[in-house]
Design a protein around this ligand. Structure first.
Ligand SMILES: NC(=O)c1ccc[n+]([C@@H]2O[C@H](COP(=O)([O-])OP(=O)(O)OC[C@H]3O[C@@H](n4cnc5c(N)ncnc54)[C@H](O)[C@@H]3O)[C@@H](O)[C@H]2O)c1
Length: 359
């Protein structure tokens, strides 16, 4: 039944029972038969009225809180991850009185909308340029209407020469938040300070003698200044992705991992706090660009409800399929080199002269 609910199946009769609710007997632990939420907008029937679940995300429990016990007035339902449950919280169990609200099929949408996003799919065979054109068009529209785009990016963006393009996107107002780990920031600033990424000269493409120590020097320097922002303000970091974020007040969250060097003072090594920072930055996002980081992209995907457009770029088709395959029509995968993708994207954005120009 929970799989059918996820697919959007609804009972035809009107006599669907109210959702069954049980009380948590321990902090951080749901009742055994708790309903596990998915990415789709969900409604639960409480006191004979359907109410919309707030803070929709996958892998959460649905907590019911009532302002007034006698009617559904004031009753709220919200998704909450297990560790945030408190003893006494009332949680939906079983499958009764729960439905998801699914969009019309992609094909129907295509027929209706002038511009339809690429639809779920992985574009290893389609021309990458074509997909990039559509993404550029969408980015331009989101920027022009004051929407929100969040980028999650790995260090490969820097290694493949994508830093100047991503910096340009931030500078030109296409990015409203950056999520990543220690490495994207470290190698971006290594490039800014020393002209290398993981010891490879970015102009010549050849390793520099002793270059494998460069990123450690950079980490040390930033630690001396206390934060990335302070290193930028002191004039130590003069260009690059982190520089543009600081200069344009674009919030970023760096989540730690077990393989981090240093870490940078800004890298959040408390993973619960890091998840909270990610979730906060993702609120109200229209589009997420996932650029060559399996770890952070999967983390972001797990926090994102259906309806947010997701573009996953990775050179490994298996990673792209995993990230795009959420059954959501709004996600698209691009199998390509991320440096090349960013360069094409920036070129395409430059070509768009009018915000509403048809491609
Ligand atoms: N020195 C450090 O502190 C350091 C160094 C490296 C990684 N890390 C940390 O380790 C964690 C995992 O790192 P990650 O996110 O890079 O690893 P990941 O394995 O999660 O993701 C890397 C992805 O890049 C893809 N990729 C490789 N080459 C590509 C290309 N040319 N174009 C497009 N995609 C390409 C791979 O297929 C893979 O999916 C992060 O938190 C990171 O910050 C830290």
């Amino acid at each position: 039944m929970s799989q059918l609910i996820e697919l959007g199946a609804v009972t035809s009769s009107d006599d669907v029972g109210n959702a069954i609710v049980e009380t948590c007997d321990l902090d951080g632990v749901a009742p055994d038969d708790f309903y596990v939420s998915n990415i789709y907008p969900t409604e639960v029937k409480i006191n004979n009225q359907w109410i919309r679940v707030q803070k929709q995300r996958m892998d959460g429990a649905i907590v019911i809180s009532d302002g007034n016990n006698d009617s559904s007035n004031g009753v709220t339902a919200e998704c909450r991850i297990l560790r945030d449950l408190n003893q006494g919280d009332r949680v939906v169990v079983g499958v009764e009185g729960i439905r998801t609200v699914r969009k019309k099929s992609n094909r129907e949408l295509k027929a209706k909308e002038e511009f339809s996003f690429m639809g779920a799919g992985v574009s290893s065979e389609r021309r990458v340029e074509l997909v990039v054109e559509q993404i550029a068009w969408e980015l331009r529209q989101i920027r022009d209407r004051g929407g929100k785009v969040v980028v999650t990016a790995g260090p490969v963006v820097i290694h493949t020469g994508g830093a100047k393009h991503l910096s340009g996107l931030i500078r030109d107002g296409y990015v409203q938040g950056l999520l990543g780990g220690n490495a994207i920031a470290v190698h971006d600033m290594e490039q800014s300070l020393m002209g290398t990424s993981l010891g490879v000269d970015m102009q010549k493409g050849t390793p520099v003698r002793g270059g494998h120590r460069h990123h450690l020097k950079v980490i040390n320097t930033v630690r001396r200044y206390g934060s990335i922002a302070q290193a930028v303000e002191a004039g130590i970091i003069t260009h690059g992705i982190m520089y543009e974020c600081v200069k344009h007040n674009i919030p970023f969250a760096l989540a730690g991992s077990i393989r981090d060097d240093g870490p940078l003072p800004d890298t959040q090594m408390d993973l619960i706090k890091a998840q909270e920072e990610y979730a906060q930055l993702l609120e109200g996002t229209d589009m997420i660009l996932m650029l060559s980081t399996m770890l952070h992209s999967i983390g972001v995907g797990n926090m994102t409800p259906a309806g947010v457009k997701m573009v996953c770029v990775d050179i490994n088709p298996a990673v792209v399929t995993k990230l795009s395959d959420r059954g959501s029509v709004e996600s698209v995968g691009v199998v390509t080199d991320v440096g090349l993708f960013l360069s094409l994207l920036v070129n395409q954005l430059d070509k768009l002269t009018s915000p509403y120009q048809q491609i």
